[in-house]
Write a protein that binds this ligand. Structure first.
Ligand code: AMP
Ligand code: ZN
Length: 459
């Protein structure tokens, strides 16, 4: 099957061919578990889930890793600022470990609410892989890529000539801008910490012994160490948000390729664009974020958010509004209503299926795939059973849970009342029809007159 993905590494859409022909190994940069994920973060994992489902539907076996960052991610994303986990612990008067456990659990619940598949997914924690990270830094040290400053062990990016390639960095421009560099011991502005020492005058809550002194690993080294441990020194796909391109992923490539001496570390790099609010990136630091619980508190189904995400290509930046979410909820409700009313036992429409597949296999164009969904739904030449069979087969990729929607059971008395109401309307006795409608409502059901006749739904 011909699957095409946009590869950040080449800046081109390419035909995907895994290193092992029938199996794919992929890694997704996971959450920093110091707070709830916001719905912008969750876009990364819905995108990763559609990717997994696409590969699986194409008959490939998928090994998937989502790491849990529970140490080392500093508030600056670089080497300055406080460890986000220690800041979270202070905020909530708990230990960093308690904070990590709590928000890891919340993250896994978010994934479940969004129907993100996790069977077989490996969720390694950074704090469980300190020896692996130390070993990787030792390999880099042995190969001559490191140097030591008063606050840690650093990677010397000048020793890796390809450093600027991945993100198309302008290194000379960065050197110009480096006059305001805070850390004067760094040899190059792009150099980054592999291991940071605990402060001389204090103890960190999470710290470990190392060949260089007590401290903690940098944020980037955990992803290199854990991806290589579970997926090998070279693997197929690595994903994350676009913010990771210039620093985090650039650094991961430098570390992994210099430690293992193999190129490329990853064949295909894929990045999702941002969710914005009023045109600004949704971010904790901006204070303009919503969580999945905020959505639920406003009466939305988490899957309406998933549906809304699917209406845009993952590489398109989209602006979140409550109106847009209402539209998505209404569309999802309509699909659910139809699926619950239509009978089982139909056949998948092959010509429609070709269009749907073509959209998904073209760099996961879910926006186009959803337009194929609505074209199918409005076709007069297809039975509702066939439409249902087709939708259910597509839902293996869309993940909207359509197969789990139970047909609504309407009690005999309500069905009798509906018939009586239809007769009253035929006889132009609208007063009586309204009375019956009220009675139907008192049973907890609602009757709507649609183009194809009256429809009864649960209130
Ligand atoms: P973090 O928990 O901060 O490490 O981020 C988890 C994931 O969310 C990463 O892949 C980020 O690139 C991604 N991300 C962060 N902000 C946004 C946003 N506003 N829209 C989409 N993805 C985002
Ligand atoms: Zn990462």
């Amino acid at each position: 099957m011909n699957i095409k993905f946009y590869n950040t590494r080449s800046r081109a859409t390419e035909t995907f061919s895994p290193i092992n022909p029938d199996a794919v190994r992929m890694y997704h940069c996971g959450p920093t578990v110091y707070d709830y994920a916001h719905i912008g973060n969750l876009r990364s994992y819905v995108f990763a889930d559609v990717l997994r489902r696409t590969l699986e539907c194409a008959g490939l076996r998928v090994t998937q890793v989502i790491n849990i960052t529970d140490v080392g991610h500093l508030t600056s994303d670089a080497d300055e600022g406080e460890d986000k986990l220690e800041a979270g612990a202070r905020r909530e008067h708990k230990s960093a470990r308690e904070i990590a456990l709590f928000y890891t659990h919340a993250f896994l619940q978010d994934l479940a609410h969004l129907r993100i598949k996790t069977d077989g997914t490996i969720f390694p924690k950074a704090t469980d892989h300190i020896p692996e990270q130390i070993a990787l830094i030792q390999a880099l040290e042995k190969n001559g890529f490191t140097y030591i400053t008063s606050d840690g062990v650093y990677f010397d990016t000048a020793r890796f000539p390809a450093y600027a390639e991945f993100a198309r960095l302008d290194l000379s421009g960065m050197r110009e801008g480096a006059r305001i560099e805070k850390n004067l011991e760094k040899r190059n502005p792009t150099d980054f910490a592999l291991w940071k020492f605990s402060p001389k005058d204090g103890k960190r809550e999470q710290e470990w012994d190392s060949p260089w002194g007590v401290g903690f690993p940098g944020w980037h080294i955990e992803c290199s160490a854990m991806s290589m441990k579970y997926l090998g020194e070279q693997f197929d796909i690595h994903t994350g948000g676009i913010d990771h391109i210039p620093v985090h992923h650039t650094n991961e490539i430098a570390q992994s390729e210099c430690a293992a001496g193999k190129h490329p570390f990853v064949s295909v790099w894929m990045h999702n664009a941002f969710i914005t609010v009023d045109g600004k990136r949704m971010a904790k630091s901006e204070g303009n974020f919503f969580t999945l619980s905020d959505i639920v508190a406003r009466g939305f189904d988490p899957l309406a958010y998933r549906y809304w995400l699917l209406t845009a290509h993952y590489r398109t930046q989209v602006n979140f509004t409550w109106d847009a979410l209402s539209g998505a909820q209404a569309a999802l409700d309509r699909l659910r209503d139809m699926v619950s009313e239509w009978p089982l036992g139909g056949a998948v429409c092959n010509s429609c299926d070709e269009k749907f597949r073509a959209a998904i296999l073209d760099d996961m164009n879910t926006a186009e795939a959803l337009s194929v969904v609505w074209k199918l739904v409005s076709r007069d030449d297809k039975s509702s059973a066939d439409k249902k069979a087709t939708l259910l087969s597509w839902d293996r990729i869309l993940g909207l849970g359509l197969a789990d929607i139970k047909p609504i059971e309407i009690p005999l008395r309500v069905r009798e009342l509906a018939e009586e109401r239809a007769k009253s309307r035929e006889a132009n006795d609208f007063a009586r029809a309204d009375e019956i409608r009220a009675k139907i409502e008192s049973f907890g059901f609602e009757i709507r007159d649609t183009e194809t006749g009256p429809k009864i739904t649960k209130k």
